[in-house]
Design a protein around this ligand. Sequence first.
Ligand SMILES: [Zn+2]
Length: 393
Amino acid sequence: MMKSFRIGSLFGIPIKLDLTFLLVLPLFAYLIGAQIEPVVDILNTSMGAGIDVDALTTESWMPFLIGLIAAIGLFVGVVLHELGHSLTAQRYGFPIDSITLWLLGGIAALSEMPEDWRQELNIAIAGPIVSILVGVASYGLFLVTPESLDGARFVLGYLAVLNIVLAGFNMIPAFPMDGGRVLRALLARNTPYAKATQQAASVGKLFAILMGLFGLLQFNIIFIALAFFIYIAASSEAQQVTMKAAFQDVTVGDIMTPAKDLHTVGPETSVAALIQRMFTERHTGYPVIDRSGFEGERLVGLVTLSDAREIDPVERDAFTVEEVMTTDLKTISPESDAMTAIERMREHNIGRLLVVDDGDLIGLISRSDVMTAFDIVQKSGSVSPNRQPRTAD
Ligand SMILES: [Zn+2]
């Protein structure tokens, strides 16, 4: 995962720097400093800047100081771009966790994504609009800066160009670029959200492939890396949204294995006998039920194949289930959404959750239950065809 630290906050939104960004900043400072001459040529011909290159390079350290200031200016532009997204999202009531700057720019972390196409469109387009405004403002400042201040005019002119390029680059119609979200929002006007996502993701993947091919032909490593990044982002966005749409009205109770169909073991069972059962029943996880107490059946743990495997084969007769089972039980209620179950399994890195209602074990939900249900929903459109859709609660 990314390692990042907080540098402050704006409008109550924490601004974080990722470590990869700290590598990029000096690199940008160096690259800008090393290209002062060609950039001055561009600015002088395109904006009639009249910048004197010699005045910027009288001392050997000057280009790099100018490069550093321009790089920091670019970084401020990226923060403003992300603030554009964040403040628009906040206006619609979506909380923003943070803005993080990393290798490829900025990320505004929305806790959830709007599914209303108008809101998504406005949130996505707000960033590039801010970048254009920052570019125009830089150009305005450039115009009013006295001609004698060659360094300031260079930085402002350069930032005017960079922010416009940033806006254009972000409008590439591919996830996770803003253009990808704009495209999805426009498609979602008259197509279901999940389908619009898949279409937008396909366009993004096509772009990624073209960009990768271009990178290969040009031997440009940045294009190749970016192409990979876009391809993966497009695929995962599409998969997540498809799953969410498929499981929209599906609860844990709908797809769990109910208690009456569950295979359970007693805590006194030997590990050897457990493994034997796992082989014959082709199950790899069993709730452990204690039937020796006064209050009848009591759930005391969960035992899986990997728990059992921790015991050396020759000692498996001597150990009981009670000694290897997990007692830190991860549970979920039958009314929870199927998506919540998937997220909880992912979060704890486990393959199954016990479904508990009022302290009673009423079922078990495993990754394979979820995947089977997902298959059925995709093929038939529903888990249980006779069920009425749930009303909002
Ligand atoms: Zn953006």
